[in-house]
Design a protein around this ligand. Structure first.
Ligand SMILES: [Zn+2]
Length: 265
């Protein structure tokens, strides 16, 4: 009996009040920005490679194979590692958290979604203004002639047989347009994300522990201008202390409840 009391005390006492408070802030904002990370896609079955306990990443340390220098010297290792992730991503479906953000965008509440994810699930859920600051899995660029290609043309042989995609023009390796460790963020996308945050009067952080710079610093741009902050994330973040409303709960549970409160079912 005593143990039960301890567990219960960790559950927020008035979650409904927090949902209502978050909904009020969203209704009042003029330029809402959502910032999403790996945690918004874990309910879709895509594991966060930063969190331990995920068997998906046992063979390679992602920090070693997924750096730009590692890609240059051992692209085959990178593609071998990436294949497991790619197989999961192509089969994944958007979850209720993605759909909730798409509804908030369609209702004009959220103007921009900045995402650290490369899985394209926001777009598949119907979101339109998505800034993929860590790049995308949907296109590939030749390391020889820099031509860009649609990933779909190369996906099947790679997923089925591990065949490394090569440029039809110069036969050099095609690198997925995901941002590797040591690599610069895509400049235009980054500038748009920066501008969106500077103009924002509300930031909704969903499924990001705000650990990866420089993206983790984006909410500060908005907070310095007096923006409101809502955080929905299982883990604590460095900005929890600045949050107007804070949920250490499941994004796929909380975001639909917030969006329903803001705009109805
Ligand atoms: Zn080429």
């Amino acid at each position: 009996m005593e143990k039960k009391t301890v567990v219960m005390s960790r559950i927020p006492q008035e979650p409904d009040r927090d949902i209502r408070r978050a909904a009020e802030l969203l209704k009042a904002c003029k330029h809402g920005v959502a910032l999403t990370g790996a945690g918004i896609s874990t309910p879709s079955g895509i594991p966060d490679f930063r969190s331990s306990g995920s068997g998906l990443w046992k063979r390679y340390d992602p920090f070693e194979v997924a750096s730009l220098s590692a890609f240059r010297y051992h692209p085959e290792r990178f593609f071998d590692w990436m294949r497991t992730l790619a197989q999961v991503v192509v089969q994944a479906e958007p979850n209720p958290a993605h759909y909730a953000l798409a509804k908030l965008e369609a209702a004009g509440i959220i103007q921009v979604i900045i995402t650290q994810n490369i899985d394209g699930l926001h777009q598949r859920a119907g979101s339109r203004c998505v800034l993929e600051v860590h790049g995308t899995f949907n296109t590939l660029t030749c390391i020889g002639c820099y031509r860009q290609f649609d990933a779909n043309n190369f996906l099947q042989p790679y997923l089925a047989y591990g065949i490394i995609p090569r440029c039809p023009g110069c036969n050099q390796i095609l690198k997925p347009d995901v941002i590797l460790f040591e690599e610069q963020l895509p400049l235009q996308t980054w500038l748009k994300a920066h501008e969106a945050c500077q103009n924002s009067d509300l930031i909704l952080v969903a499924g990001s522990s705000l650990e990866v710079m420089p993206v983790a610093g984006l909410p500060m741009q908005a907070l310095q201008n007096g923006a409101k902050l809502i955080i929905v994330n299982h883990m604590t973040t460095y900005l929890d202390i600045r949050a107007d409303v804070l949920f250490h709960q499941d994004v796929a549970d909380i975001l639909p409840r917030i969006s329903t409160t803001v705009i109805g079912g």
